[in-house]
Design a protein around this ligand. Sequence first.
Ligand code: DBV
Length: 248
Amino acid sequence: MTLYQPFLDYAIALLQERLDLRSYPIPAGFESKSATVGKGKNQDNVVTTSYGYQAPKLRQIRAAHVQGGDSLQVLNFVIFPHLNYDLPFFGADLVTLPGGHLIALDMQPLFRDESWYQAKYTQPILPIFTAHQPHLPWGGDFPEEAQAFFSPAFLWTRPQATEVVETRVFAAFRDYLQAYLDLVDRAEPITDPAMLAKIEQAQLAYLRYRAEKDPARGMFTRFYGPEWTEEYIHGFLFDLERKRAAVA
Ligand code: DBV
């Protein structure tokens, strides 16, 4: 069992229990991809497995699970709501590299600085953030331009010990996902055309930022080549623009 498998198993089981969950198409060739990296004794097989679901209010629920030995494990898990909801994104970036663990967990807001939005979507999460934060201290250096995409309840931490990931980080992940599904339960469709236009702009800004700055681009390019990587990013991980183009 690799480090993030219990996170993935928990998430899928909870989604199945709480949502009317259906599958979401994964483009051919991207369900699972493997490559052999390193030389001699340091050779390892790196497997990237993709998962895709959807639900009535949620356009795409997707995960990328990278497994390449004890010092290369990644679970990137994002939920993209449908464009007629003002729900935040659920974003988890759980990364283990030779240098250590890097954990990002948040309900990423559509409108970072609007007080009604914080009252609606950050306030309910703050008690959870406050409960976990003492055990998961701020991880330091963080890209300036990414700040617009995170909420005040952003958990960003670099635990030293793997045990902290298995216990504290896992507990925070479960609490955040449950709280997110509570927000989803309560969400009502938006019909005001001006608000719908604002949501679309915010979704596109988020998506373009993440696709352009994807911190995994270098890693995927080394393992699987540039063509596979760009197609994976734009055709699956961050696919909103392609999907809009397809219906326009
Ligand atoms: N990150 C992704 C996807 C990944 C992924 C789709 C499938 O968005 C993995 C894989 N994240 C990943 C890897 C690294 C990071 C780092 C492999 C390490 C990169 C490296 O050191 O080589 C949050 N993830 C990071 C970093 C941040 C995040 C801030 C450090 C980046 C850096 O130091 O430059 N999550 C990330 C982020 C957003 C988010 C920037 C923006 C909205 O949601």
